[in-house]
Design a protein around this ligand. Sequence first.
Ligand SMILES: Nc1ncnc2c1ncn2[C@@H]1O[C@H](COP(=O)(O)OP(=O)(O)OP(=O)(O)O)[C@@H](O)[C@H]1O
Ligand SMILES: [Mg+2]
Length: 296
Amino acid sequence: MSLEITNVTRRYGEVTAVSDISLSMAPGERVALLGHNGAGKTTLMKMILGLTHLDEGSISVFGATPGSHAARSASSYLPENVAFHRSLTGREQLLLLARLRGVGRRPADELLERVGLHRAADRRIATYSKGMRQRLGLAQALLGKPRVAVLDEPTSGLDPISRGDFYNLVNELSSNGTAVLLSSHALTELEARTDRIAILLEGRLVANAPLAMLRSQARLPIRLRVAARPEKSDEVADRLGAVRTSGRSIEISCLQDEKLGHLGRIAALESLIEDVEVAPPSLEDLYRYYSGGGSI
Ligand SMILES: Nc1ncnc2c1ncn2[C@@H]1O[C@H](COP(=O)(O)OP(=O)(O)OP(=O)(O)O)[C@@H](O)[C@H]1O
Ligand SMILES: [Mg+2]
């Protein structure tokens, strides 16, 4: 395992920020860590990096104790609020880290290109926009091909195209065997881009499974949206025993095992309808479900 978290608890005075969490990650796995503000995501990440101690349990980073030289050289971190020497240029900052990590100049230059900072690389960081600083932070976290990359809200401040580019970099890392743990509040972008979803609720792990498994265990309704032909919506609604939601659209909510039956009845009305759309529960629906207290 690249990362093994076993029964970890961390308290801040009266607050139990992380409560008895166990979670492991295999090489190349991409895990999204979700949770409300204050759920314990950053605390868990800091413990993995050895930046804060744990009160109970144990963590192993590629077989090493967090904070040890071996663990530090196997892992990388993009903090929630990434800070730099503002008087350095982006390239200088990255080369500084490259030297510390024993990585050559070329990978640093290549990464600046990959995160789209090549044109701004020789400007002082003080002149960077928020998104540019975030890109530089990403370049730092990706430098030297870490075994475990811990990224705290890596896409915050990035525009949609840069987010797409970022997930391409994550895929590249993971296909080279890096385990990637990332936290995010942007649920829709995670759907197709992570292998497993872990949800924290007030410091406890309430879900930890691939999206498809979370879907089938939550048994949330699937929505079928039928678009009726002009003037036919009342008849379609009537024959399907459903309600019109707006205009010519009729919506049916059903469970997975009822879906095909409904689709059969809808198909039989072919002459009355224009289209049908199947909407499985979104990650946002699932997140609401699990963070509302349901657990697996
Ligand atoms: N240094 C600290 N001192 C005291 N309490 C802390 C400290 N750091 C975190 N906490 C508390 O621990 C809990 C978890 O905080 P944490 O920062 O891990 O949440 P988070 O899931 O990262 O939230 P967000 O989505 O807002 O970043 C919160 O109740 C927070 O107030
Ligand atoms: Mg946080």
